[in-house]
Design a protein around this ligand. Structure first.
Ligand code: UT7
Length: 335
């Protein structure tokens, strides 16, 4: 069986930088509270009129340009997002059309797994590539979180930001690189703690749902925090154990960027030094499906990931959803 290897990465974040001080005269909060409780210093807000698909397109262009791949070679596109352009059609369809991707058999769809969306989508694409059903699969994590974040809710509005990342997956005979193993979980009992109340079939949009501000993220922070710490570390340690890896074998942990304290707890359970953890939450906040591919893209561009590096991706999000992926980096830095 062929391995599925990440052969290119790219990302996009909007230009508009929003420092913590932005919130200080809008809601009851302080820069100090936000920094110490979350690790966030600033985030990016996409402008009105820029949809999730537009950020996805920019991330894909960055990804394909880095490897000189033509858009028409893409035969599968999977988009992880909880802020799709529309409930339907899928953001994957919109991106395909906006980019005029013309492979005769291109197909794809969206995945809804909140902050674990990118690793769930990566896992799905990996299976298709391994099975020979896709030769060039694009995996996109993109979210315009500002569209579902209540600017009056101080427990959530300070956390989230907008952004997108994308990776290209291709089959390879190289045993030394590619996605090696993964563990993925869902636990639907997490629904009451993290969800959006209205706009779905349970509570369709109405004047009342808008007036009651029910089209925004609802989060009960503390229990979600506890579940995130446990589940992300459990999944990461599980995938390490299954592959006989210790902390010393890992070049990089790429954790979902929800809260610096969750990241630190996960790294410590894995017995990893902090200099081997990708952290950019201070600059972007939580971009949901965007966090992991944005990290990969930034660290790759900076030349900090070496060919053959052992990397663990780990995420936790609404659902609950959680998991971890073990891969060996397959891009030589000159590529
Ligand atoms: O992305 C995937 C899923 N999401 C997560 O993983 C997020 C998990 N949760 C968290 O990261 C944290 O729970 C939060 C960052 C959301 C909140 O931090 P916390 O340390 O758990 O705070 P808390 O909810 O326990 O609140 C502590 C206090 C409360 O005041 P009282 O009741 O002690 O008087 C809050 O009302 O901090 C207050 N508070 C704030 N104060 C200033 C809550 N938000 C703010 C704020 N500024 N923005």
């Amino acid at each position: 069986m062929k391995r599925a290897v990440i052969t290119a990465v790219g990302h996009y974040v909007p230009d508009n930088v929003i420092p913590n001080s932005y919130f200080e005269n809008r809601i009851e909060t302080t820069d100090e509270w936000i920094r110490t409780r979350t690790g966030i210093e600033e985030r990016r807000f996409a402008p009105d009129g820029m949809a999730t698909s537009d950020m996805g397109v920019r991330a894909i262009q960055d990804c394909l340009n880095s490897r000189g791949i033509d858009k028409d070679e893409i035969d599968f596109i999977i988009v992880a997002t909880v802020t799709p352009d529309y409930i339907f059609p899928s953001t994957a369809c919109i991106i395909q059309d906006k980019m005029q991707m013309k492979h005769p058999y291109i197909w794809g769809y969206d995945v809804s797994a909140a902050c674990s969306g990118f690793i769930f989508a990566l896992e799905t694409a990996r299976r298709l590539v391994e099975a020979g059903a896709s030769q060039k699969a694009l995996v996109v994590g993109a979210d315009k979180m500002t569209t579902i974040t209540d600017p009056q809710d101080r427990t959530t509005c300070i956390i989230f930001g907008d952004g997108a990342g994308a990776v290209l997956l291709e089959p390879s005979d190289d045993e030394n690189t590619g996605i090696i193993d993964s563990v993925m979980h869902i636990d639907g009992s997490g629904l009451p703690l993290l969800h959006m109340k209205a706009g779905g079939s349970v509570m369709p949009a109405s004047l009342e749902t808008v007036e009651k501000r029910l089209h925004y993220i609802f989060q009960d922070g503390q229990p979600v925090f506890r579940a995130a710490v446990k589940s992300m570390a459990d999944a990461a340690c599980d995938v390490m154990q299954r592959n006989n890896l210790t902390g010393e074998d890992i070049a990089w942990l790429v954790p979902h960027q929800a809260n610096l304290r969750i990241i630190d707890a996960t790294a410590s359970r894995m017995e990893l030094e902090k200099d081997r953890v990708m952290i950019n939450i201070q600059r972007y906040g939580n971009t949901t499906a965007g966090t992991i591919p944005i990290c990969l893209s930034e660290w790759h561009k900076d030349g900090k990931i070496k060919y053959g590096d052992n990397i663990i991706l780990a995420a936790f999000g609404g659902g609950f959803t959680y998991g971890a992926t073990y891969l060996r980096w397959g891009i030589r830095h000159s590529a």
